[in-house]
Design a protein around this ligand. Structure first.
Ligand code: NAD
Length: 448
């Protein structure tokens, strides 16, 4: 097309959850005029008042700066959004469907519909949500049928790789940008929308729509596989007497393998990896290439078995029966520096302990509130000391610094019995043993 590029595009960000709020705030910080849009009026009110509705280091400060600059606003009004944006970023959720491993696409479809029916000029609609391969092509058709300007609207896909806990850094200084486009116009409009980031020599990969959708799920599948790989080795260690920690260290020095994501433990969780590998496998089966990614079923199964094994370790440590046993569960978030409890291994373990009759007290520095909402039957403590007070066994389930840095001697004086299962290989086993604790970890023999 001969449409000009908007050099300093006004942006909307549809869906202001973990991804969308971060994206909107960072784009405003880079100098763009941004309108964040969400159907959740409470979220919009919180963000407008300068409060980030979730825990993300550094983001509250960036939000305040952006609001003060006058470049960032939030609304629930799609008419306003349609009028405002030259580039629209869609960042709504794609959770696992309630009744299948597939992604629930209703929010994505709703967001694109809300825009398409209201937009009356040539703009770029950019999907950032993680979606099944083929979604962008399907949405392109849908949008053209719905829109008053029809084929004038263009879709692009810009998958997001940010990590919760590092979201600001990852957004402002990404390893790479991937632009899934079907025209030079879309590519150039996206380059204009990311100019300050591209000026920092950030690699950009130009791809077709399907490849850009695949990049995201392929990356998450690789990371999940790496974690489950070392956890599979932990299972082997458990029957051979090997030590998976030493194994991981030795493997990690091989530069072809690398030590990152090679950490054995309770495994992965969160709002991305588990649902992304399941949705990818499901979509591949639909497309007739299920065999190619059948291994993702094993990756998922290995990951879930770690939770069961952690409960086994705790049960063994208290003599074989959890009924009535007081357990302190340290951690609820799926990883440290996050309050995200979606598919959190820590809470899954707490739930299983509870179902076996244990008296479980959970403490997480940031995620108690979210966890309590989803697991109202569990008890929550306001501090680590309260959680472990009188505990017969302690389970470390999320590796917050607060837990890593705790003094085993001081903790020892609070508990009923000095027994600990380190689900994250986060503690110094020798220090704990020297302080009289019985220490157990996944994939490690009793003495190491
Ligand atoms: P989230 O649940 O935190 O946020 C989604 C937001 O979208 C919510 O605030 C919800 O109210 C809003 N929403 C739902 N329907 C809407 C609609 N029709 N119009 C406007 N807003 C609507 O989810 P998230 O973690 O931010 O994830 C969003 C997407 O980004 C998912 O596809 C996810 O896989 C992907 N992603 C997330 C991360 C991450 O670290 N969280 C990283 C990369 C990619």
């Amino acid at each position: 097309t001969t449409h000009p590029i908007v050099e300093h595009p006004r942006m909307t960000v549809i869906g202001t959850g973990y991804l969308g709020a971060t994206h909107a705030i960072c784009m405003a910080n880079l100098g763009y005029d941004v309108l964040g849009v969400d159907v959740d009026a409470r979220k919009v009110a919180e963000l407008s008042a300068g409060r980030v509705p979730f825990f993300e280091p550094g983001l509250p400060e960036k939000l305040k700066e952006a609001l003060a600059s006058g470049r960032l606003r939030f609304t629930t009004d799609f008419a306003l959004a349609a009028d405002f944006g030259d580039v629209h970023f869609v960042c709504v959720g794609t959770p696992q469907a309630a009744d299948s491993p597939a992604a629930d696409m209703r929010y994505v479809i709703a967001a694109f519909s809300s825009l398409a029916t209201r937009i009356t000029r040539k703009v770029l609609l950019v999907g950032k949500s993680t979606v099944p391969i083929g979604t962008a092509a399907r949405l392109t058709e849908m949008v053209h049928e719905m829109s008053p300007v029809g084929s004038e609207l263009e879709l692009a896909w810009n998958p997001e790789f940010l990590r919760e806990g590092h979201a600001v850094e990852d957004t402002l200084h990404p390893d790479r940008l991937v632009f899934g486009v079907s025209s030079l116009w879309a590519e150039q409009q996206l380059r204009a929308a990311f100019r300050p980031i591209l000026e920092e020599q950030t690699p950009v990969v130009i791809a077709d729509l399907a490849t850009s959708e695949l990049v995201k799920v392929a990356a998450n599948s690789f990371l999940a596989t790496k974690i489950s790989y070392i956890n599979a080795m932990a299972e082997v260690c458990e029957v051979t007497g090997g030590d998976v920690n030493i194994l991981a260290t030795a493997l990690g020095y091989d530069e072809r393998i690398g030590s990152r994501f090679l950490k054995p433990g309770l495994g992965f969780g969160g709002g991305c990896l588990p649902k992304d590998i399941r949705a990818f496998k499901f979509r591949a089966e639909e497309l007739g290439v299920g065999q190619a990614v059948a291994f993702l079923g094993e990756v998922d199964a290995i990951n879930i078995r770690r939770r069961v094994r952690t409960v086994d370790l705790i049960r063994e440590l208290v003599g074989g029966d959890l009924m009535g046993v007081k357990v302190a569960a340290l951690g609820a978030a799926f990883k440290p520096n996050s309050d995200d409890i979606r598919d959190a291994p820590a809470l899954d373990v707490a739930r299983m302990l509870y179902l076996e009759g244990a008296i479980v007290t959970v403490y997480d520095p940031e995620a108690n509130e979210n966890a309590h909402r989803v697991y109202p039957d569990l008890d929550f403590a306001d501090s680590m000391a309260d959680a472990i007070n009188d505990a017969q066994v302690v389970a470390l389930l999320t590796e917050w610094d607060e837990f890593r840095n705790a003094d085993p001697e001081v903790l020892g004086q609070l508990v009923a019995n000095r027994r600990i299962v380190d689900g994250r290989h986060a503690l110094d086993a020798d220090r704990y043993r020297a302080a009289g604790w019985e220490y157990r970890a996944l994939g490690r023999p009793l003495s190491s």
